[in-house]
Design a binder for this molecule. Structure first.
Ligand SMILES: [Zn+2]
Length: 384
């Protein structure tokens, strides 16, 4: 039946726009599910990997709207030396989530293969000491190991083989700093290096061990500290949430990331939270404004050579006014990657040039929490 009413229906624009955003959300959710399913069953292309990271990041932006602190406030707390904790963890994609937008504690997250604390003779020793000094004096500095650690296994093989050079300086350096036959032995050894950092003062220190097979995070050794206790409780809750169906250990049986993210060590959240990545989605390492060190490079080589990762997102914080600074950091990281050699060959540079490997440059916008894609590196000016 046709209606002959002449009066126009009242258009409720606010409900239209609500409907629009609801539809967008639904579309985003179903795309997210689709990409995740493809990641589990097959292999994502670099552009799909980027799409998954950006879709996940939209969830982070939404979650920040009701958060007790903005990303910018958290960042300012870190650079003012008022972070509540520092945690050094393995680059492994299967580690649990540490933080969330709702946290009132602010952490600094460092990712290094084998949760290594750089030794005194390495280039990154000063860097880790400097990051530890950004933790408030009654905060905590932690090192966390995990079960089935590839870096510890590589170290064991390397020791059995007579500790011969691997052909990569970065990997050699990493294998020298991972210590002990098991991940928990390694955690104890890293803790003793952590405790020897200059200027640590009264900050509590500790080593944790994450075992997803046995179901949780335990303290290997730590000072008594309310911050440490709170964190272990939070981490165990996050592990339990991820394992709500009881099948997490199955999903983590084999490590299978779709990207190796290089994130700045001054980001106000962990990379898992910024990208809302599930466990076993992203391998990660942290770089500083000065560039990538031998440990970052060792992690990247491992992801590219052993895990077959073909997408390297760069993430660093910035406000729009300083995006040139962010671009300069990314230029440095890319240059460092291009100069890495294995048996004299610049394998990453070759793979980037052939298109086999892709870099995405993402500025973490401190006012919104959004990852904003930036242009590629400036072409080298050879006109001069
Ligand atoms: Zn590991």
């Amino acid at each position: 039946m046709t209606s002959h009413r002449k009066d126009k229906p009242v258009v409720d624009r606010s409900s239209d726009s609500r409907q629009d955003s609801f539809n967008r959300e639904l579309m985003g959710e179903s795309r997210l599910r689709e990409l995740r399913e493809k990641h589990v069953s097959g292999r994502l292309s670099s552009s799909e990997s980027l799409e998954l990271i950006l879709q996940g990041n939209s969830g982070h932006v939404d979650a920040l709207k009701g958060a007790p602190m903005t990303a910018h406030q958290r960042y300012l707390k870190i650079i003012a030396g008022q972070a509540d904790y520092l945690i050094v963890r393995c680059s492994d994609a299967r580690v649990h989530k540490t933080d969330s937008e709702q946290d009132t504690m602010v952490g600094i997250h460092i990712y290094i293969a084998g949760n290594v604390i750089p030794g005194k003779k390495t280039a990154s020793f000063d860097e880790i000491a400097q990051v530890a000094s950004l933790v408030r004096s009654d905060g905590a500095c932690l090192d966390e190991a995990h079960c089935d650690c590839g870096a510890v296994k590589e170290r064991v093989k390397w020791v059995e083989g007579g500790m011969k050079p691997t052909g990569s300086e970065s990997l050699d350096c990493l294998l020298h700093e991972v210590i002990g036959p098991t991940p928990s032995d390694n955690a104890v050894a890293q803790l003793s290096k952590l405790r020897n950092l200059p200027g640590l003062g009264e900050r509590a220190t500790g080593a944790l061990y994450y075992d997803w097979q046995k179901g949780g995070i335990t303290i290997v050794d730590a000072n008594q500290s309310p911050v440490v206790e709170l964190l272990v409780g939070l981490f165990n809750k996050r592990h339990a949430d991820a394992d709500s169906d009881g099948h997490l250990a199955e999903r983590l049986a084999k490590q299978k990331p779709h990207a190796i993210i290089i994130g700045s060590n001054l980001l106000p959240f962990s990379l898992n939270t910024i990208t809302h990545a599930s466990q076993n989605e992203v391998f990660q390492t942290t770089g500083s404004g000065n560039g990538l060190d031998e440990f970052d490079e060792g992690s990247i080589l491992y992801a590219v050579e052993h895990l077959g990762v073909r997408h390297i997102p760069f993430i660093a914080p910035g406000i729009s006014e300083n995006s040139e600074m962010v671009a300069a950091v990314f230029d440095q990281w890319e240059m460092d990657l291009r100069q890495m050699t294995v048996n004299g060959k610049t394998i990453v540079a070759n793979m980037l040039d052939s298109g086999e490997l892709t870099i995405s440059r993402l500025r973490y916008d401190l006012s919104s929490g959004r990852l904003v894609p930036m242009g590629a590196a400036k072409p080298v000016d050879d006109s001069a």
